[in-house]
Design a protein. Sequence first.
Length: 228
Amino acid sequence: MPLPDGKVKFENMTDLGCQPFLGLTYYLSDRLMLGVVYRAEMDVNLEGDLNFRNLAFPTPPANDIDIDWDNPQTLKAGLRYEFTPGKRLIFSANWEDWSAFSENQLAITGGVLNPAGVLERNFKDTWSAGVAITDLSNKTRAYSVGFSYDSSPVSNKDRTIDLPFDETFKLSAAYAWKLSRKLDFGFGGTLSYFGEGKVDQTAQGVRFKGKFDTNMALFLGGTLRYVF
């Protein structure tokens, strides 16, 4: 008779933290604007209850769990150039300190067992760049199209199957139409390609090797507004 599937459940995970940020915009000319945003690092320390169910062996006495990691600091900059009234060309660049997110700590306490583990993911800092064009010159219609690239936070040799991050390419577009003084709608989408996500990982004597054949996602959204 096969043994039941054991389950471990995290419950009531809570934390309170602070992550300050600072933004600045400056008009270099009547048509050219510079924007910069800095977000500081934030330490996350989730604490909660640990519950076991349907184990084939006696339930461990451990009953509390602590998960700790650092959200990385980021620096973003953008340039907006308005070449004709309502038509704008936008460039953006971004740096994120993903190396701060590289070490994840998991601690289990309670009873006589107090195991703790640290996952070293060998993450490295990432950068991204993007370009977009928007047209708001028409009073009844507007559109935007953009493309961006994000570098991979981890090398192929260090990638793991639980977080198979790779470089990301995004193509986005949006369209808005004002049908009348009271009715308008908007529609947009983003097509994301997340790279091949190659993984060659050995854990507990078992090797996992492969890549994603179709590692893409399409996000669609829309709004409909009527003013009474």
